[in-house]
Design a protein around this ligand. Structure first.
Ligand SMILES: Nc1ncnc2c1ncn2[C@@H]1O[C@H](COP(=O)(O)OP(=O)(O)OP(=O)(O)O)[C@@H](O)[C@H]1O
Length: 495
């Protein structure tokens, strides 16, 4: 890492610590104010004695109250996730053990050393007495033993192993910070809210294991995005990471899956949008949308911006006679990409996907320095995908090798369709047997039967089912086009 980067890193760390201290101080002052305003004078006074802040120096700002902060957060959360946040949950059948005082004080809590609680007669005193002997603490990550003092006694906090979060759990548990001031105050607020609601995917939920085959592409993606995020000090100067990456190949081969897997694996904030949606949905505002998209990606970094069907807006053919707004949007996209490429400390990557790379504007291609082919699956990958989708437990005497050979030229998405069609056949046979689905009748009982015990299982999928499915489900990509991708790869791709 260069001296400049190390210095900036150190400054950021100090600022981060200062922010945490300030946030905690504000929280305590607000809690105290809230308690006093609601008549809990003794408790507020006790809190002032226990916490190491000079409360005389601080007061809650005008129009601020903990109640409204909480209300704002709930509204934000509901808007963002379409559900209310769970702030408080019911304890089990042993409330004493799980009482508030059974928790470890948060690290760095502003507690006066050796201070004792003097809240006479309050409920908190009773709770403290009941928890004198031993406190069990749920720790978040490390399992270091801690001790802290309560009522003058040393109390041991027991070790409890807590397993690391998986990337999926990380996304599930993560709440992005609210939108920054610079967008909330300006005219772009509505657009920013749309980006947050519709474009940021909180949990892409794809792991590399889910992607069958594509070994070379996975390796290239790892090198281009994941390793630079892990070892920032090695990828500097000439080895600066690629900021713009093009994933190209036939439709349905796993480009979107690949982008999602990278975001899941690297725990980056994932912005997922298709270029045609930018044009059709935000027609008049598409240029502003692109700007706010990149601004938010920087704010929420590390971020991955995935723009699918990039050819829909950056096609070289659409230059003559194109609409002024569309030209402005293209220019904005190029400006933003330039910004990403020039900046050395921003961890924002653009992954663009296209089925028609040969149609891309050369100005864009220059900026998408890394171009990775996501090809049709090879024989082994086809076999593995069929195996995954229709496992031996659900089939009878399937010759996976033969089916995979017959599916030459099919994409992952095509193979999924064939497998689905084949698996539908025994289900149709079962339905014909147990249900006389007469579409013209009105007296059909639609009540769902949810108990699996009450419904017979479909027979296993057979080879015949597959052969019939193959007759009706054709590959979306023509063989001639495949060689076109290969040729383009040889001319413009990176291996
Ligand atoms: N390599 C693969 N491994 C597992 N499943 C795959 C693979 N490729 C495609 N699929 C299946 O096909 C579906 C579509 O894949 P995906 O959306 O990633 O393709 P794409 O290349 O982005 O398509 P398009 O170019 O049309 O946007 C996936 O949801 C998955 O079910």
């Amino acid at each position: 890492m260069s001296m400049k980067m190390m210095k900036r890193d150190g400054e950021n760390r100090i600022k981060g610590k200062r922010d945490v201290q300030e946030r905690k101080r504000n929280l305590y002052v607000m809690i105290c104010n809230h308690l006093a305003n609601n008549g809990y004078i003794d408790t507020a006074a006790c809190m002032q004695r226990e916490i190491d802040i000079n409360f005389d120096n601080y007061e809650v700002a005008d129009n601020m109250d903990l109640y409204y902060v909480l209300q704002d957060f709930e509204e934000y959360y509901e808007l963002r996730f379409q559900k209310k946040p769970t702030l408080v949950k019911k304890t089990g059948d042993n409330p004493v053990k799980k009482s508030m005082l059974n928790r470890k004080p948060p690290s760095g809590a502003l507690k006066k050393q050796g201070s004792t609680s003097r809240a006479s007669g309050s409920s908190s005193t009773k709770a403290q007495k009941s928890s004198k002997e031993e406190l069990k603490v749920k720790k978040s990550k490390s399992s270091v033993e801690n001790q802290f003092s309560l009522e003058g006694k040393n109390i041991e906090i027991q070790k409890e192993e807590v397993k690391e979060e998986t990337p999926e759990e990380y996304f599930e548990n993560r709440v992005l910070p609210p939108l920054p001031e610079f967008v909330l105050a300006g005219e772009l607020k509505d657009l920013a809210l749309s980006v947050q609601r519709e474009i940021i995917t909180s949990n892409p939920e794809v792991s590399f294991k889910d992607i069958i085959g594509l070994t070379t592409a996975k390796k290239l993606m790892k090198e281009a995005v994941m390793l630079p995020l892990k070892y920032p000090h090695l990828f500097t100067g000439l080895l600066e990471p690629w900021k713009g990456i093009l994933l190209f190949g036939p439709p349905g081969t796993g480009k979107t899956m690949m982008a999602k897997a990278v975001a899941t694996q690297c725990k980056t904030t994932f912005f997922n949008i298709s270029a045609s949606t930018i044009v059709s949905k935000w027609r008049g505002d598409s240029e502003k949308l692109v700007k706010i998209l990149f601004d938010l990606a920087r704010y929420y970094q590390p971020s991955t911006i995935f723009i699918d069907e990039i050819d829909a807006v950056m096609s070289s053919r659409s230059q003559s006679g194109e609409h002024e707004a569309s030209r402005r949007m293209k220019t904005e996209l190029l400006i933003q990409l330039d910004g990403l490429i020039k900046s050395t400390d921003e961890r924002v990557f653009l992954l663009a996907a296209s089925n028609l790379p040969w149609e891309l504007d050369s100005a864009l291609l220059r900026r998408l320095e890394k171009r990775i082919l996501i090809p049709l699956p090879e024989l082994e990958a086809r076999k593995a995908l069929i195996h995954l989708l229709v496992p031996p437990t659900k089939s009878e005497n399937l010759d996976y090798f033969e089916i995979a050979a017959l599916l030459d030229g099919y994409s992952g998405s095509d193979i999924r369709l064939v497998c689905k069609e084949a698996a539908m056949k025994p289900l149709r046979r079962l339905m014909d047997r147990i249900e006389n689905v007469d579409t013209d009748t009105d007296d059909f009982d639609w009540t769902p039967i949810t108990d699996p015990e009450k419904v017979p299982q479909p027979e296993p999928v057979t080879m015949d089912d597959f052969l019939q499915a193959l007759e009706t489900t054709k590959a979306a990509t023509h063989v001639i086009e495949q060689s076109k991708y290969q040729k383009w790869m040889e001319e413009f791709g990176s291996v």
